[in-house]
Design a protein around this ligand. Structure first.
Ligand SMILES: *[C@@H]1O[C@H](CO)[C@@H](O)[C@H](O)[C@H]1NC(C)=O
Ligand SMILES: *[C@@H]1O[C@H](CO)[C@@H](O)[C@H](O)[C@H]1NC(C)=O
Ligand SMILES: *[C@@H]1O[C@H](CO)[C@@H](O)[C@H](O)[C@H]1NC(C)=O
Length: 316
């Protein structure tokens, strides 16, 4: 009897997490998050693109052949290997030749159903995406970011999701950079992720449907030695500024280059959200050792006032 109760208790407390990103399954950031979430007692399945899919947004791409046509990120998986597979010594760490959005679908529709992971359940309690190797500050990066796309893809399936982005922009290979150095930004970010995931599962109810979180971490540790434990700051996505993706002409190469500029030119009008909160990019750009936490929704409809105005204008 006691054993049965203990077994039930452990079943209930073991929450399952799908961990993904857009910088590939071998990035230091995702491996540090995997290590720490697993250590914290979560049942974690890491399934992420075999190679960089940054800025692919929500594009849905799946393998068109049984094997990889080119090497994966950092040559860790070679061309000719199967289009999906796992670490030899850990069947909870998978690559998939797809995008962040298709990694979510692959995991839920195929991997968990096929029982290829013998000791994992068939459902996911939370999708954690990232931490990305670069901030994803909205509104500029909502549709562009593969990290955020994995989160909104999960929300469409009714699965709660949190996207995390860091300030360490180096595309680093875990075999080079995964260590126990307390100043390693990947380690600080992983600790913070466990803290927020604990808070999520500690809450008595899940988030309302369609609701996700977007988190941006400031420069920490080796990037800023006076910021080791960035505090959580509740923010909103929209302010008056936007990271605008533009182009500029480079006369030496005679090619266009991506030109990302911060412009502060959105009419300051708060239609949605808690208007008393500060925008995540404003808080982030102060570099005051704060991790921004913004709540987003995948309900795209304009609000009732906006809809009504348009309806009247069109005479419907
Ligand atoms: C950036 O990542 C590469 C690839 O893992 C690594 O060789 C290099 O040392 C890293 N650079 C820094 C400054 O961490
Ligand atoms: C989660 O709840 C436990 C038990 O009440 C508590 O010890 C822990 O500090 C909480 N963690 C967070 C991150 O809120
Ligand atoms: C580094 O952290 C300190 C302490 O929080 C902060 O005052 C400073 O602005 C930060 N600098 C950067 C570049 O993040």
């Amino acid at each position: 009897m006691l054993l049965t109760i203990l077994f039930l208790v452990s079943l209930v407390s073991c929450k399952s997490i799908l961990l993904t990103n857009d910088d590939s399954w071998v990035s230091t950031n995702i491996r540090a998050a995997y290590r720490d979430l697993t250590k914290a007692g979560y049942d974690v399945l890491l399934v992420a693109p075999v190679s960089q899919r940054s800025s692919w947004g929500g594009r849905f791409q799946i393998p068109s052949s049984k094997t990889l046509e080119t090497d994966g990120e950092f040559g860790y998986v070679k061309a000719g290997s199967p289009s999906w597979g796992h670490e030899e010594n850990d069947q909870h760490i998978w690559y998939f030749n797809g995008t962040p959005s298709s990694c979510v679908a692959f995991t839920i529709d195929y991997l968990l159903q096929s029982k290829e992971v013998s000791d994992f359940g068939t459902t996911i309690d939370l999708v954690v995406s990232g931490p990305n190797e670069d901030p994803n500050l909205l509104p500029g990066f909502y549709t562009n970011s593969g990290t955020m796309a994995a989160a909104y893809t999960a929300l469409y399936r009714g699965i709660p999701a949190i996207s995390f982005s860091g300030s360490d922009t180096n595309n680093s290979f875990f075999k080079d950079s995964l260590n126990t150095d307390l100043q390693n930004p990947a380690n600080i970010y992983a600790t913070k992720i466990v803290d927020l995931v604990d808070k999520y599962f500690n809450a008595s109810n899940p988030f309302p449907p369609t609701t996700g979180l977007n988190v941006n971490f400031p420069p920490v540790g080796h990037l800023n030695s006076s910021c080791e434990d960035p505090k959580w700051t509740f923010t909103k996505l929209m302010g008056t500024g936007v990271f605008q993706q533009g182009v500029k002409y480079d006369s030496s190469s005679e090619l266009l280059q991506v030109d990302i500029k911060y412009v502060d030119n959105i009419e300051s009008l708060c239609i949605y959200g808690d208007c008393s909160l500060r925008a995540e990019h404003d808080v982030f750009l102060e570099f005051n050792c704060e991790s921004t936490v913004s709540v987003f929704s995948i309900d795209y409809d304009a609000n009732a006032d906006q809809t009504d105005s348009v309806k009247k204008l069109l005479g419907f």
